[in-house]
Design a binder for this molecule. Sequence first.
Ligand code: HAS
Ligand code: CU
Length: 549
Amino acid sequence: MIAKSDRQLALWNIGISYIAFIIGTFCGLLQVFIRNDKLQLPKFLDYYQILTAHGVLLALVFTTFFIFAFLIAGMSKTLGSFGPRVRFFLWLGLWVTAIGTTLATAMIISGEASVLYTFYAPLKASGWFYVGLALLIVGTWFTSFALLGHYLVWKKQNKGKFSPLFAYMTVATLLLWIIACLGVVTTVLFQYIPWSFGWTETINVELSRSLFWYFGHPLVYFWLLPAYMAWYVVMPKIIGTDVFSDSLARFSFVLFILFSFPVGFHHQLTEPGIDSFWKFLQVVLTFMVVVPTLMTAFSMFATFETSGRKKGATGLFGWFKKLPWKDVRFTSLFIAMLFFIPGGAGGIVNASFQLNELVHNTLWVVGHFHITVGTPVAMTFMGVTFWLVPYLTGRTFPKYLQKLAHIQIFSWAVGMLLMSTAQHLLGLLGAPRRTAYSGYNGHESALEWFQGILSNHVTMAIGGTILFFSAMLLVYIVANLMFVTPKAATEEEAVEFPIAKSDTSHTAKLLENWGLWVGIALALILMAYAMPLTEMIQHSPPGSRGFIT
Ligand code: HAS
Ligand code: CU
């Protein structure tokens, strides 16, 4: 069991993440109904406001706080408890992030920041929204540097040793986050804040979007990598085996540091002002960043098979039956992985220069991110919640709650399957995203426009409703694990933090040479971005004064 103060830090982070989850999922429910023309919002709310709250609270706030809770608990678990200085900065980071979040959310709720979670210029929010975002990032930096400091102290005390796999992966994730934030911090501080407070009249739109996506793509891997940590480090322990290959796991994380950045243009393929050569280069590099995911998929199947064979499985697929299907910690992660197969495949479609023309700015993309971040990542976090919260509170996870957890996981899967399939199909048929009204094509409303069984806004709404039910069930489970279930009286009752053994005897020393990997990453960033960003500044058209919805 880790130190009490470390547990409190992690619990506060989880608590805030689930508050954001409650509000965010409620806005999601409103969303599918507005899309369906079934609901008139009260006068003081509008579509873009709700959509902004949904995206910011779930994609940015829920994920970030949950991720830091997981990393904090795991770093304390694998490297020992935090010293006073590290602990101070972890608390400071928590509060600064929370204040930034509150400020940004207040601006959204008061209708001063209906700019969606990508806050694309020329949409303009109140300056305080951007200040809130800046504080949010600064807060996460305090936390990130504190955790890196904790790692450095451990390194000093354990000269020549490999860091435990969990800590290694944490460092990789934090480096990715810090380098990614440089882009968004630059645009928020030097473009959005001066513009929104009226110190400058106009904004260079293309530059702001490019700096955003320089951040926005690695952001999706900042969500994904902690889920991969659970897959690589936690999953083998749950199914009774060791990490399949320590060096493969570490190398896949290194590849994410290298290739997550020089690819942001794959979100801007339809935008003018970027020479197609640079788009093409970044599209090619996007296909490079698929490699570490395929390595992960290989490694996972190998883990399942090794575990199954240990338990006596024979034949090609005999191991499948030996997996612990009744253990919700396993089932949640397994379903999460399954969703990533179509999710990632859709990503390949998006990233293909020509196919992107068809799907860009349609509901297809919304379908894509609900089966990447909305299921593989989110469901992995749910699976982690089921043991992390009772581990931190010292409470039990009784059988009846485990049953509910199974229902929660399955209902999320069913809801998401319906909603995202409908979204993908509607997108292919041309239903736009990021817009309240989709009744064009000669029809009065979207209801007349799409009449298929799956290509239907009603199917999407049914899926969304099931998801909301599932989300509330999850909140009920979390509240119980935090405050209600009995404290574990014996060792057996206590819930563990599952960490699998990882054999470092064949791992290359080079893998922990962070300077080298960050250096190569920076070189790739320069190669992909230096020229096009310079061109955007030199040949910028007159900037935009902005629009307020
Ligand atoms: Fe994405 C848009 C490309 C992964 C999240 N993505 C988004 C947005 C979000 C997001 C939030 O290139 C919307 C942003 C916005 O609001 O505008 N994405 C990719 C690619 C990958 C990818 C190439 N995305 C993710 C992950 C996310 C995420 C992960 C969150 C966690 N994405 C794009 C592109 C766009 C985009 C374009 C812009 C679209 C536009 O026009 O706006 C890759 O990382 C995916 C790699 C994964 C795989 C799948 C793994 C395969 C496995 C199969 C092995 C299994 C086997 C067994 C062989 C390639 C595991 C077979 C079994 C059977 C049952 C058949
Ligand atoms: Cu991307």
